[in-house]
Design a protein around this ligand. Structure first.
Ligand SMILES: NC(=O)c1ccc[n+]([C@@H]2O[C@H](COP(=O)([O-])OP(=O)(O)OC[C@H]3O[C@@H](n4cnc5c(N)ncnc54)[C@H](O)[C@@H]3O)[C@@H](O)[C@H]2O)c1
Length: 246
């Protein structure tokens, strides 16, 4: 039985990494997928490969881009606010411009996306899945901007969940908190480091299971949250992190 049959899912950052893995899993479970990304080439290639998917250009940091992208959708059942970046650095290293850029994408992107999709979703209900992180519940000295951004997503999710429940919209809103998952974002973080090997080992070491996660292991929780199986789950933190947050 296809667990997402008949559902239309809008996935930000869908061209790469976790977003691409979620798009793949959603199509396999019967959903129609909109891959929304600034990476036109990657997004179009993935959409062509998957079949029941199309690409739409979206820069999550501008309201105009959100309005245009959402206007191409007749209906949205599942919004996956997944696009994100990771800025490496402590409070003494990160510049104001870097901190603002991190918040623009990882926090304001989720805020604007939820506002933009809401009118299409509240007519029939649905599911909003916000990609937070282990770093949204656990601090690291060298992730000050990312910690601030992902913690904001954790609580924004709960505020939205309460509002949707009070209004009776039938929209649930949950956050997903992956540990380190080997995707291009990890390579980008390693590239910012003076000692990439030591940093990689430190990523492995925070996971009691002794390894990084796989994108499919995050896509699996996104399938559950996008499907009607999760009808009673809202405002919750889904930690999929090899035990790293324990
Ligand atoms: N990989 C991990 O270890 C990990 C762990 C915890 C949380 N996360 C979160 O998961 C999400 C996806 O990460 P990933 O590992 O797949 O990274 P990734 O770098 O592979 O993919 C991120 C995608 O977001 C897109 N993107 C970036 N800026 C954008 C913008 N302004 N507008 C639209 N799209 C934009 C990129 O083009 C890319 O396709 C992020 O929010 C990240 O913080 C990742």
């Amino acid at each position: 039985m296809a667990r997402l049959a008949g559902k239309i899912a809008f996935i930000t950052g869908g061209a790469s990494g976790l977003g691409a893995a979620i798009a793949r899993a959603y199509v396999a479970e019967g959903a129609s997928v909109v891959i929304a990304d600034i990476d036109r080439e990657g997004g179009e290639a993935l959409a062509a490969e998957l079949g029941a998917a199309r690409f739409v250009y979206l820069d999550v940091t501008t309201e105009a881009s959100w309005a245009e992208a959402v206007a191409t959708c007749e209906r949205i059942d599942v919004l996956v606010n997944n696009a994100g970046i990771t800025t490496l650095g402590s409070i003494e290293d990160v510049t104001l411009a870097q901190f603002r850029h991190e918040l623009d994408i990882d926090v304001l992107g989720v805020f604007m996306g939820t506002q933009a999709a809401l009118p299409k979703m509240k007519v029939h209900g649905g599911s909003i899945i916000n990609m937070s992180s282990l770093s949204g519940v656990k601090a690291s000295a060298n992730l000050v901007a990312y910690n601030a951004a992902k913690a904001a997503v954790t609580l924004m999710t709960k505020s939205c969940a309460l509002h949707f429940a009070e209004k009776g919209y039938g929209i649930r809103c949950n956050s997903v908190h992956p540990g380190a998952i080997h995707t291009p974002i990890i390579d980008k973080v390693l590239a910012q480091s003076d000692d990439p090997d030591a940093l990689y080992r430190s990523f492995v070491d925070v996971h009691p299971v002794g390894r990084l996660g796989k994108p499919e292991e995050i896509a699996a929780i996104a399938v559950y949250l996008g499907s009607d199986e999760s009808a009673f789950a809202t405002g919750a933190e889904f930690r999929v992190d090899g035990g790293a947050s324990i």
